[in-house]
Design a protein around this ligand. Structure first.
Ligand SMILES: N[C@@H](CCC[C@H](N)C(=O)O)C(=O)O
Length: 303
């Protein structure tokens, strides 16, 4: 087995993603490699999406997801769009069936270059999100932060879209909250036995939201696709919006919206962009890496 594999530095709305090609190998990107890559400013990332050979018939690849602290994640919406763009640039294929620990994801690169991912069905049962306490209705759970008689954030909607999310509804710009302070407290709150991704969501119309996320295992990121899915579903579930919304991710540099549709068949479909930045090679055991000389995006000449 070669000591190094190819990888691409990409982003989904600013969410920093390393797509690592582990096909043809039996080993995995180690947590140590993830931590080393994240410690280097040039390769600092939010998630690694490691592409492995498919495990099930009818699927194109198995995807292993690591947060920048070396922990595993079950879902990553922005990273999945990056994987689709990378595979599409390599093969010309437009439609993919990917598998993660959370299940099968059907995805496609659309004619306008955006990527649509069916993120599966939302999970609302308290013990499957999971929450530490039984709640019959997880669309508004008892949890608050700040003074007991005047909480800063309270009564989030909880759900899983493969990974656990808590959506706190706010009535002003999410950027005006000190999420850097509250994020770690809420991510690690005893209510969430597997921790949680924490999102502030402001309803801006009956078909749009503005969000900002503190990610489990990664902290403040510029965007979080699965959180956008959770916010869109939770908004519809609580009657705040319809089932199709655009999400203005407050910290995304391009300010391109994500579209989230909670279809009538219960599947959640996320559509948005992905961007290649540069490619290189990396040792998946140590994280030692080197950047390629090539400057053009893979597959660029074919477009
Ligand atoms: N950035 C991701 C979510 C990443 C996973 C998360 N930090 C977790 O541990 O659940 C996205 O775009 O969905």
């Amino acid at each position: 087995m070669s000591a190094t594999v190819e990888f691409a530095k990409m982003n989904g709305l600013g969410n920093k993603i390393l797509v690592v090609d582990m096909r043809g190998r039996t080993d995995k990107v180690t947590p140590q490699a993830a931590i080393a890559l994240n410690a280097d400013a040039a390769t600092a990332f939010d998630q690694i999406m490691a592409i492995h050979d498919p495990k099930a018939e009818g699927t194109d690849a198995w995807i292993d997801i690591l947060n920048c602290d070396g922990t595993k994640a079950q879902a990553c919406g922005n990273g999945t769009r990056c994987v689709v763009q990378a595979l599409s640039a390599e093969t010309g294929q437009k439609v993919f069936t990917l598998q993660t620990v959370a299940g099968i994801l059907n995805a496609a690169e659309l004619a306008d270059g955006t990527i649509s991912v069916d993120m599966g069905r939302p999970v609302f049962e308290w013990d499957k999100i999971p929450l530490a306490e039984e709640f019959f209705d997880t669309s508004r759970i008892e949890l608050q932060i700040g003074p007991i008689d005047n909480p800063v954030l309270h009564s989030p909607s909880a759900m899983s879209i493969g990974n656990p999310h808590a959506i706190f509804w706010v009535d002003r710009d999410p950027m005006s909250f000190d999420l850097e302070r509250f994020g770690p407290l809420l991510e690690n709150h005893p209510m969430f036995p597997e921790k949680a991704n924490i999102t502030l969501a402001q309803v801006t119309s009956d078909a749009s939201l503005r969000t900002r996320t503190w990610e489990r295992g990664a902290g403040l990121t510029l965007a979080c696709g699965s959180a956008a899915c959770a916010a869109g579903v939770s908004a519809a579930r609580t009657g705040r919006t319809g089932r199709k919304v655009t999400i203005d991710v407050a910290t995304a540099p391009s300010r391109q919206p994500l579209t989230i549709e909670w279809r009538e068949d219960d599947h959640v479909v996320m559509t948005g962009p992905a961007e290649w930045e540069w490619s290189g090679t990396v040792d998946p055991v140590t994280g030692a890496w080197q950047r390629d000389e090539a400057v053009e995006a893979p597959g660029a000449e074919a477009k």
